[in-house]
Design a binder for this molecule. Sequence first.
Ligand code: FAD
Length: 457
Amino acid sequence: MMTLKTNEPTPNTPTVPVLIVGAGLAGLACAKTLQRHGVPFLIVEADGAVGGRVQSDVHHGFTLDRGFQAFNTAYEEARHFLDFKALNLQAFYAGAVIRHNGAFHQVGDPFRDLRQLFTGLFSSIGTLKDKLLTLKLSLYAKGLDESAIFQMPEQPTLSFLQDYGFSETYIQQFFKPFYGGVFLENTLKTSVRKFLYTFKCFAHGSVTLPQAGMHAIPQQLSQSFGSHELWLNRSVVELSPFDIQAPAPRTVTLSDGSEILANFVIFATPLAETFHLLGESLDVPQNATVNLYFSFEGRLPKGLVGDALYLNGEGTGIIQHLCFISEVASDYAPRGKHLLSVTLNNVTLKETAFETASQRDAQVRHELHAWFGDSVKNWVKEAEYVIPHALSESTLLYGENAPHIQASIHRLQAKWNILLASDALDSGSINGALRAGRLTALQLLEHLSPHTKESHA
Ligand SMILES: Cc1cc2nc3c(=O)[nH]c(=O)nc-3n(C[C@H](O)[C@H](O)[C@H](O)COP(=O)(O)OP(=O)(O)OC[C@H]3O[C@@H](n4cnc5c(N)ncnc54)[C@H](O)[C@@H]3O)c2cc1C
């Protein structure tokens, strides 16, 4: 937590017109928008790389995303910022494979590929009614306006699906494993608004990975920034308070002890961290995740759809979903090797579940063996990522804490005279972070010049 400081900079303190704290997607989109409008800025990032929650590591020649995530081509906001072609996006199989009753069941998505209509209709997952309801819901979600989705009455996803008429079996076998993986909680208590937003994206777009790993997204966003515009490995630790009687540039103290004067400060840090940094608090539950990577040589286990997402529809076990990620994007593994990404359900984070990581890993291997047989014995664990604060349960646009978040943000911004940019102001997603960054930059531009032309839509 920071201490209060007065506006008394030392002589020669550098001054920047706009300081952006954090180089996650929101901070980068904010900076990119300012750059396009010719407004000078400086981003200060605590980490050694850009990207925030969208990062990848290279380990033994494998590309390991820090937590499984994917890029949906229906993310409209991303078109403002990203060259999709240069990202060389590699699509997952349109549909999924569900593990249920000790066997794999392929479920196609007819909206992506008509040939999949029959795979979907004849799979043993769900009744015919469930399948027709899925088609109906896809058509409904596809036609919904995004702003209408985020104004819908609040309801947990689970009760929405039950009210819609889906069978409990289908919810258990398909919606819980799939959306549990999207929400990072598998009771489906997450808001129906988030559900319909992502459902709409899945109905319109393809689920993809950049060939070079998810980190290619922030890298592409930041490639036009000079070293005077982006400082890594330095965090903001202190901000001088705002004095409405004597508005002056703010003194910002960095972790290396240096100071900067900033005319405007934008916090593009996760919301709870921003509050904490300013000596305030915001209590909003966060969903966690655990992601393990395994490598192996030779052939894939027989009869698999290599580029599919595999969902655990057994209703037991700690694996949420997995994919042979190098079958989707071949550069994730060196030639001749395969990379498997396994996402665990959040039971694994509870202390009571496993006393040690090796007990947890033994359980994962046990489940993998039941799915894929003896070949699993030769699979090598490459890495694990435990991410306690992956996604906020609520944002400004959805969830039971939305009104609390809104009131807290208003109070914070008024007291500190700062702007915020974060996925928590939007849909808690890649698309949401990019949009939040752009809209915050536009807000500032309007303040600087009330006649800014760019649309806020
Ligand atoms: C495991 C996982 C899976 C996900 N799956 C998906 C998915 O499939 N699809 C999807 O759309 N979204 C997904 N998301 C969500 C998406 O990644 C986030 O919504 C988005 O990246 C958030 O961006 P942000 O810029 O708002 O915040 P962040 O990425 O958290 O960026 C904040 C930045 O601020 C920096 N910072 C913090 N404090 C300071 C300080 N004091 N000084 C300087 N810098 C500081 C941090 O280091 C960080 O770089 C997933 C997220 C996770 C973690």
